[in-house]
Design a protein around this ligand. Sequence first.
Ligand code: GLU
Length: 494
Amino acid sequence: MVKKTKQIIRTRFAPSPTGFLHIGSLRTALYTYLLAKQNNGQFVLRLEDTDTKRYVEGAEQALFKGLKWAGLQHDEGPDIGGPYKPYKQSERLDIYKKYAQELLDKDKAYYCFCDEPTLEAMRQEQTAKKQAPKYDGRCLKLSKDEVAQKLAKQEPHTIRMKIPAGRVIEINDLVRGNISYNSNELDDQILLKADGYPTYHLAVVADDHEMAITHVTRTEEWLPSTPKHILLYEYFGWDAPQWAHLPLLLNEDRTKMSKRKGDVAVDDYIKKGYLSEAMVNYLAFLGWNPGTEKEIYSMDGLLRDFSLAKVHKAGAVFNLEKLNWYNAQYLKQLPDEKLLAACQPYLPTTHNFNQEQLIKILNLEKERSANLSAIGENVKFFFELPTYDKALLKWKEMTDEKIKESLAVSKKLLAEISDENFTAENIKSILMSEAEKMPSLSRGKALRDRGELLWPLRVALSGQKNSPPPFEIAEILGKEESVKRIVAAIEKLS
Ligand code: GLU
């Protein structure tokens, strides 16, 4: 449970801008946001951009866009500032240098002059001896004079933290309970790199402290780093925040959710036209559930019921079908005007349909579409008849001649309906009573098979194997266009 305290809860989402917002990161951001906001606290966005090798142009924009889309508005951040600015680590280098120096002064850190080939040789030797690769502490043995000389000669160096031997370090995690580590398993972590940039470990501790963060929420892959962070808090004499290590998102095969197995970028889901409410609802359930049957949750509902105490320890499998199910639930609820506005980017820009017709089209297709782009795909035939193979017109064993006869009947019946009576309901009742009267065309017997009338007509109107019933399509297309499409189908068979 979150400690009962008068202290204001401050959480942070601290992504590295490495190109895109990962769907798992959005889930972390969501839990982080909920924890702050359900306690009237603050949700901080901080960019951890000190890994200059991984910097990607435009990545920050992708982060802002994804968070905004999901409705996770931060209270402080690089774009809006705040009392603890700057919120971008690359603009805080002096702070990290100051703290690295403080640790050197307290004898909790030391200079390391080992270059990459030396470290690589060390790793290889240890691996050959089946030891876990770890810095062997050789620069710790340098005398003060030796260090001073090397510094005077401006030899490239890093600053490493000292790790005490044989200490048991306890993490009291809000999700995972008590976990202990032995300090002998820890490496003398580099804190400040040769280029003057901090590593994640120094920067995250310095910033979480400086920004008065009370709760650190991140995925469990960071758990092994936490004992180092606990030591750093101790070295500085700072109060540590509370930790909550969240379960990872997994592919169906229980490997870490990765690009190779499907879409992982939030932007991919935005582009495909998933509704943000559906995504937020689904993501909330990836690692948490309220312990009831209730599955549909708005952000307000989540703010009320979400609890870190109910977050699971086991990884959560991301299942596209379940996301589609959520999206379908939200699509169903969407008022017509909102549905139209949401689908607009996926519709052709020029057409002759009015707003009412468009809404009818979208409502017809939304039931069988996973997302807005799928709706866009599925409604295309209304705007332009696609080219289709004449074989598609065939119902069961009907011959081309019989199909033509059937289409001719449909054409005649539709043409006879007046424009004002050209509604799905009327068209249906006329066609159905005709279909009832028709003997089976294919078998020449008096067996009734509505498909003989309705299938060729439906394909003629839509050019699709699957589509809504022909009556609705005909109403939307209007008499003239419907008849034109039937004539085109008859011609295909001639
Ligand atoms: N910058 C880390 C990341 O990209 C965040 C880890 C943390 O939240 O402490 O995931």
